[in-house]
Ligand binder design. Sequence first.
Ligand code: G6P
Ligand code: MN
Length: 427
Amino acid sequence: TPGIVKSLLVQKDRFKLNELVLYDNNAERQEAVGVIVRHVVEMFDPELKLTLTTDPEVAMTDADFIFAQMRVGLYAMREQDEKIPLKYGVVGQETCGPGGLAYGLRTIYPMVELIDYCEKYAKPTYWIVNYSNPAAIVAKATFRLRPKARILNICDMPVAIMLSFAKMLGLEKYNDVDPVYFGLNHFGWWTHLYDKSDVDRMPELKEKIMKFGLAASHDKHHSDPSWRHTWENFKEILTDFPEYLPNTYLQYYLYAKESAEDMDPNYTRANMVMDGREKDMIEQAKLIRESGGKKEANLNLFNAFGDFIVDVACSIAYNNADRYLVIVENKGCIPQMPYDAMVEVPCYLRKWGPEPVTIGNIPQFQLGMMMQQVSSEKLIVDAYFEHSYQKALEAFTMNKTVPSAKVARKILDKMIEANKGYWPELH
Ligand code: G6P
Ligand code: MN
């Protein structure tokens, strides 16, 4: 949140800010994040009106833009998403595999509730720009339940990767390369990368990556040591599948077995985040509070996700029609994929929403993988709506990270126990 606020303040000449409101339904966390955000506001724009609230009506009333990033069940539940599958040798990940499916079932209702608050209180022209995970499932479910909602689902992984691409090509910013890309969220491929002189730099980039590997992340968030293996695995994926440049999340599907073997079942990414970023946030808030804001806090504010969400909002607000990778209904842009699949493709962002570009037909390998993944995601959304145990079992079984229906059932049963109070009851 402080990273996004910093990006907003730095770009305030481009994206006009009248007022900023922070909303959280968790008062304790709101207080800590609020202390840091207030500090960031004092650093970059002390005149700006900042309100902190746990009341959705106060938060959403007359809002133009709502930047959403919720984590339902907090890190304690992320830990379950990661550890339960790992007990059975299956990838434990917050958006991929059974972990993502479980997280999806927790997040559908709170996202719909957020949309309803916006419909009720925000300006009729509101836009929700949403980072909440698992973005693919959230997108599918909210689109089904609230098809008219003004919500755009986005992900920072492509831009974080494109920042590395740009640096390897001697360029500066993630949007110094214009991508042609197709896929689903956390599941896609770049086919071309045009620079400002309209040259496709992908052949050159591929050669460089095959020689040197993908440049380490230039994004603060993804420079964390436990992200390093993800960056290193990039070359391996490209070696096995040299046609396109992959989204890093494909490692969990293409090398599901090896990924699971590499994970420590007793100490997963959730533990690393709780012991790292979360602790740090509490400490920095304490430092600011105790020194009355006099001590310079050590904040990691330079992240691609902050700039990206502001770039996206800016294009919508001023109808700039800038072209970005976002998650939208397919509507034929990949003709072999279902019309209503939520795909991640380049879109021109207009005041009235995203306009996807036509991708055309895609090769069998990518198509097969995408159909399997999109089916798994659709089945979990069906399970939610129908309260269907059977559909949930099918979603878990369909997922490429799960080796058998027997394993799927074991994981699902454990997930049901762990998610009591979060999931609808499945029958
Ligand atoms: C990437 C993904 C996000 C995800 C994040 C997790 O940025 O695009 O969707 O939430 O990684 O990062 P973390 O540091 O929490 O493991
Ligand atoms: Mn993401």
